[in-house]
Design a protein around this ligand. Structure first.
Ligand code: UDP
Length: 253
């Protein structure tokens, strides 16, 4: 069997060349990292859960007309996506105060924000992904003004969609991060939601109990990350209900 070509190995995913030009295979690993990879562990099953949840969110976004890079899920750990040029920004949307916002502005964790707040961080691990303003983005040419208008509108649509989906299953969407890619159709450039959407990149709290169901469980040693992610997947109806068994081969659609 021919060995496939690895394009990039990140903290939680590995990217391989896809079967056709312009496609990429995203492999979801079980590795968990936090605090710029200072804390790391392997959480069995995390990759499978994130693959299924990211598929669920990307398909849902596509259905409401928000373009994404997602093409199809290949198996329990891999999905086929359109290759795109990643805009070097992390786009963060916040509905409630948590994490770095609390530190920066001295807010109590869980304070409801008067409206969704969108922030941009420059993607650079060596610098710790610093917060940047639109002035920096324009001055350094990371994205054009038209791109920024489109990115803001995509980010707010993703926020409305994810907040609604989560609310329906008793979960509060506190904040999340997305990445945006550029795809080219002939001479035209389009922006799409890229990377992944999963509890690795969102803060999710149970509405009734306030229990954390996201990567903060790992960051702060609050219990089993697999249990937290499984609970989100179960509520969304995307738990793998037929885990492959060694004695009984099953086909994965
Ligand atoms: N986030 C992420 N990747 C990053 C930084 C942040 O997915 O490199 C997500 C994080 O999980 C949270 C949101 O973006 O849902 C806001 O994160 P914050 O700025 O509060 O940073 P943190 O406290 O996680 O360092």
């Amino acid at each position: 069997m021919a060995r496939r070509t690895k394009i990039y190995e990140g903290k939680a995913k590995t990217l391989y060349e896809g079967p056709e030009p312009g496609t990429i295979v995203q492999y979801f690993k079980d590795d968990a990292t936090a605090f710029n990879a200072e804390k790391r562990d392997v959480i069995e099953g995390k990759g499978v859960l994130n693959n299924l949840m990211s598929e669920f969110f990307m398909l849902g976004l596509g259905q409401i007309g928000v373009p994404t890079h997602f093409l199809k899920r290949i198996n329990m750990r891999e999905q086929l996506v359109r290759s795109c040029e990643i805009v070097p920004l992390e786009i963060i949307v916040r509905n409630y105060a948590a994490g770095s916002l609390c530190k920066r502005l001295g807010l109590d964790e869980g304070t409801q924000l008067p409206r969704p707040v969108v922030e941009y961080c420059y993607k650079d691990d060596a610098l710790g992904d610093p917060l940047v303003s639109e002035e920096h983005i324009a001055a350094f040419g990371w994205a054009s003004q038209q791109d920024m208008d489109d990115i803001l509108s995509i980010a707010l649509r993703v926020n409305d969609f994810l907040s609604g989906v989560m609310l329906a299953v008793g979960i509060r969407l506190v904040d999340f991060k997305i990445e945006i890619g550029r795809v080219y159709d002939g001479d035209f450039q389009r922006l799409v939601v890229a990377d992944e959407i999963s509890p690795d990149s969102c803060r999710l709290w149970d509405i009734k109990t306030g229990q954390k169901l996201d990567k903060d469980v790992f960051r702060r040693d609050l219990g089993s990350l697999t249990d937290a992610y499984s609970e989100v997947a179960r509520r969304l109806g995307v738990m793998p209900n037929n885990p492959p068994s060694p004695s009984k081969p099953t086909l994965v659609n």
